[in-house]
Design a protein around this ligand. Sequence first.
Ligand code: MEV
Length: 424
Amino acid sequence: MKNNDLNHDWMHGLYRLPTSQRQQIISDQFSLADDQQALMKENASQLGSQLIENYLTDYRLPEGVVTNLVVNHKTYAVPVVTEEPSVVAAACNGANRAALSGGFTAPAAERAMLGQVVLKNVADPAALNKWLLEHETEILAVANAAHPSMQRRGGGAKRIRIRPAAPFVSVDLIIGVGEAMGANTVNTMAEAVAHYLKEQGYDVLTAILSNAAFMSLQSAACRVSFKNLATATMNGEVVAQRIAELSQLAQVDPYRAATHNKGIMNGIDALMLASGNDWRAIESGAYAYAASSGQLKGLSTWEIDGDALLGRIKLPLPVGTVGGSIGLNPLTRLNFKINGIHSAGELARVAASLGLAQNLAALRALATSGIQAGHMQMQYRSLAVAVGATAAEVPVLVKRLKKLPQVNQNVAKQALQELRKDSL
Ligand code: MEV
């Protein structure tokens, strides 16, 4: 190991080298074993090396498919990417329960992005306000000239909003980005407007899109009959009441809200990854929206409605179906073939519904057997793989682990040894 050496010269200019040379340097510096070197090389791709700097290899994550997600009467099979064992199982469970009661409804929603050009040292805010309003047409023309194709496609900069953020003033550009995520378009337009305002003598602090995408809010809802919530030992109405209480808890307790929303984002992030979208942007927007009242709250609510549980969700989903890495990655294209999604609006509707399905499954588990029962089933599988069980051994080992009162890595290791002894 040379990573504690004082000499870090090898790091300089690493980005200029071809991938193979960079891999070699890393292998030497960190004394990688032959099989580790081979792993790094086998997983490397041309595409990856074109996407990021200092590229080494592709880090793979499991992809699964969420089945029976019914949104606006269309049944989807949705590929998702996640490393968390219980996510796909929970999503399928929630989707299925909702499907039995007619599935999700999600209306077509407005979609716009926001770029901010922030001014500082504003001596006379009222005069600035007046000047900006008088020059709105010019400002929008400057923005649109920076990305003319967007306007041709029905998008482009539509209006400005002047927002004090003392001691600064933010000139917000409201921009339509069509089917794309639009980050580059928005940033290009914001920078062009910043340049224009500088020319007019204004002091510009920064120009950048905002991830608080509150102009791309997507909602979804479902009404799940009590009978589709029952367990073997608990009737559906009691389950529904407990889910409604858990929902209330997420509205009043930020500690619970964070976890409630994490469950929702388990599904949405996994879909964002599988569809080549910027999941950090979606996360950032979701949490900004969840805290927009000044207190972090659950993004979804559940309430009793006659003989059913009514669930609703609303969050910013400024997603895209073109642009970024979407067109470049063949697996992303494959995923769009499977999910049958044709537009950014449709992707947002499916994502909101998936988040609500994921949330339903989590809350139902919390309201009934607790989260660990279902989780452990999946954790056993991961544990079996981690201790070296072969594909054939995994199901047998999982069966044995389930019978034990307490399971950890050592217990699993021992159980695997016993299984192998037994099968000699
Ligand atoms: C685990 O990844 C997500 C949950 O904790 C969500 C929740 O508690 O609602 C199960």
